[in-house]
Each structure stands twice: as structure tokens, then as C-alpha cells.
Design a protein around this ligand. Structure first.
Ligand code: SER
Length: 321
């Protein structure tokens, strides 16, 4: 039986991953780690244990690992790309010093570790379309620098110490539960909330900006399926390209218009986010994930859009958003 600690459990991925893992492994076996100011609430709090787990506080993490006999850590603590550009030193501190803490604890207490990487791990010199699994990366954002360094360090801990580190390079994640906050791909979430609430959206990225995206249920499956994968089949570890769709703002707006015909979009460009997006791939090649651990996502642009709009419309009717 697994005993799991999720660091960053109240964030965009964590708030849904905790509940999925508790359904699979039992509520008592999944500890929701959080920082002061981002406390778990509702079902997240009621369905299992929660502990303060600041990734930069080594002793706090050790105490939790010992108390719950933790054998698997999902390390979801990070600043997203745009906010990381405004606080690069803090982004490094959380992304790298935090990761070193997690890896050292994993080495000593024999834990497996999942740490997300990102499309942000690629920079402008990487091939733009169908970016291969193994290619030049050289990101130019602090977010990307921490992601590449994290990939390399995680592979090092596997090779040198046998720590079972695994990772995927997530694209923009679209969900209807917890807002992302501070990312370059956030527009692809915000547009759905605006479409449902006001039928119009002001887009911060220009038409023609293509990026990979993924609906949250597929993102959660990616994390869990990779951590459950047969290690003998893994030629890569940190980190696997994964994707499900690539679109620009116009394509997404057109898809939303199939459901809300009055929906309109105009543009007010955020230059910081535009520069970041321009340096990232348009689309990733995820064939290694498909071959090595049977990555097989379920949602495309059409099914994701229908589901997002149905769920958010209901929430809007109920006055929840
Ligand atoms: N969604 C992230 C961001 O935009 C990319 O991994 O920062």
C-alpha cells in the first residue's frame, strides 16, 4: 500500500490530484501538504490528513515522512512562469532548493518522487513543431531554467542513488476546479469563465500563438499512470513530453462559439506573457510517453470544451462562480 505526501496540495493540480489519489489508495494514505495562507478546505480537508509542508523547510517534510511512513512524494510546489519572471530568486528557491530537499529526503527515506516539468523547459532554439522528447532545451525564463535543472537533478538522483524519480512535461492545464494563477497558458482557463459569465473575453496573447494544452483529467491520469508504470519499460524518466491538443486563441474562441454563439473576443497583449509564449514550442511530440508507459489521453479540444462549458455553466447558475 502506498503512503503519499502531496506538496502543494491546494494548488491547481494538487487540489484535484489529492482527491483522485484518495479514491485509489484510501483517504488515510494521502497527506495533503500545504503552506500557511493556502489551507485546504471542504472535501480536501475532510477526506484525509493535512499537514503544513513548506517545501523549503526540510525538518517539516522529514517529520511528515516519518509520521505517515511516506513512500511516494508528489512535489507540486512551484511558481508559474509569468509570476516566476517577476520573482526569479523566489522561483529558484522554491523550484530548486525545494527540490533538493525533496530528493535528499527521498534518498534517505526511500521515497519515489514525481515532479512536474513543463513545455516551459524548452526555449526558442528547440524545434517549434512536434518538439522531440530529446532535443536542445535552453529555456530563457526562470521557470524554464528551474524545470530543466530539476529534470537533470532528478535524473542524477536516479542514476547516482537509485531514487525512483519520474516526471512529465505538462502543457497548459485547463480545469474547472482551481484557477492556475501566474502562468502563460492561464488565458485558456480564464476564457471559459469569461465566456460563461459575460460572453466576452479580452485575450492577453495574440492570435497565432500556438501552445500545447491538456484537460485536467488527462493531466491527473498522466501523473498517476507514470508513477504506476513498470520501471523496466522506462527508457526516460525526467521528463516525458505529454500533450493532447495544440491551439491558438482564435481556434479556442471558435470552439467556444459552437456552444455560445454570441461569444466575442478582443485582445490586450501582455508583453511578458507574449515573450514567454513565443519562446515555447507550438506542439510537442509525446510518442515516447505513449511507447514507454502507454500514455493515452481521453480529451481533445471538442470534448474538453463541451465538458468545461457544461460544468462552469452549472456552477454559474448555482452562483458558485
Ligand atoms: N502552465 C504553465 C505556465 O503557463 C506552463 O507549464 O506557466
Amino acid at each position: 500500500m502506498k503512503n503519499i505526501l502531496i506538496i502543494g496540495s491546494t494548488g491547481q493540480i494538487g487540489s484535484e490530484l489529492v482527491l483522485k489519489l484518495r479514491k485509489t489508495y484510501g483517504g488515510g494514505h494521502v497527506v495533503a501538504g500545504y503552506i500557511v495562507g493556502a489551507e485546504p478546505k471542504g472535501e480536501l480537508l475532510g477526506s484525509g490528513p493535512a499537514e503544513i509542508a513548506d517545501i523549503t523547510n526540510t525538518q517539516q517534510l522529514i517529520d511528515i515522512v516519518k509520521k505517515y511512513n511516506i513512500d511516494t512524494i508528489y512535489n507540486l510546489a512551484a511558481l508559474l512562469s509569468a509570476v516566476a519572471e517577476s520573482k526569479p530568486q523566489l522561483a529558484w528557491h522554491i523550484g530548486m532548493n525545494g527540490l533538493v530537499n525533496v530528493l535528499e529526503i527521498a534518498r534517505e527515506y526511500k521515497c519515489a518522487v514525481f515532479t512536474p516539468s513543463s513545455i516551459g523547459a524548452f526555449g526558442p532554439d528547440a524545434p517549434k513543431k512536434h518538439t522531440p522528447q530529446d532535443t536542445i532545451q535552453r529555456p530563457q525564463t526562470m521557470y524554464g531554467v528551474t524545470k530543466v535543472a530539476g529534470e537533470l537533478l532528478s535524473d542524477y538522483y536516479f542514476r547516482r542513488y537509485g531514487v525512483d524519480t519520474r516526471s512529465v512535461r505538462y502543457p497548459g492545464l485547463i480545469s474547472n476546479v482551481t484557477l492556475p494563477g501566474g502562468g502563460t497558458t492561464d488565458y485558456a482557463v480564464d476564457i471559459f469563465y469569461s465566456a460563461v459569465k459575460t460572453k466576452k473575453f479580452t485575450c492577453p496573447l495574440p492570435a497565432g500563438t500556438f501552445m500545447d494544452m491538456m484537460y485536467m483529467p488527462d493531466a491527473l491520469d498522466a501523473a498517476v499512470d507514470l508513477m504506476e508504470a513498470d520501471p523496466a519499460r522506462l527508457k526516460h524518466r525526467n521528463s516525458f513530453n505529454v500533450t493532447t491538443m495544440s491551439f491558438d486563441p482564435e481556434i479556442l474562441a471558435a470552439e467556444i462559439r459552437k456552444h455560445i454563439s454570441e461569444f466575442t473576443m478582443d485582445y490586450k497583449i501582455d508583453e511578458v506573457r507574449k515573450a514567454i509564449a513565443d519562446s515555447w514550442p507550438d506542439s510537442l511530440d509525446d510518442s515516447c510517453a505513449r511507447t514507454e508507459w502507454d500514455w493515452n489521453p481521453k480529451y481533445d479540444l471538442s470534448t474538453m470544451t463541451s465538458d468545461m462549458l457544461a460544468i462552469l455553466s452549472k456552477k454559474h447558475e448555482q452562483g458558485l462562480i
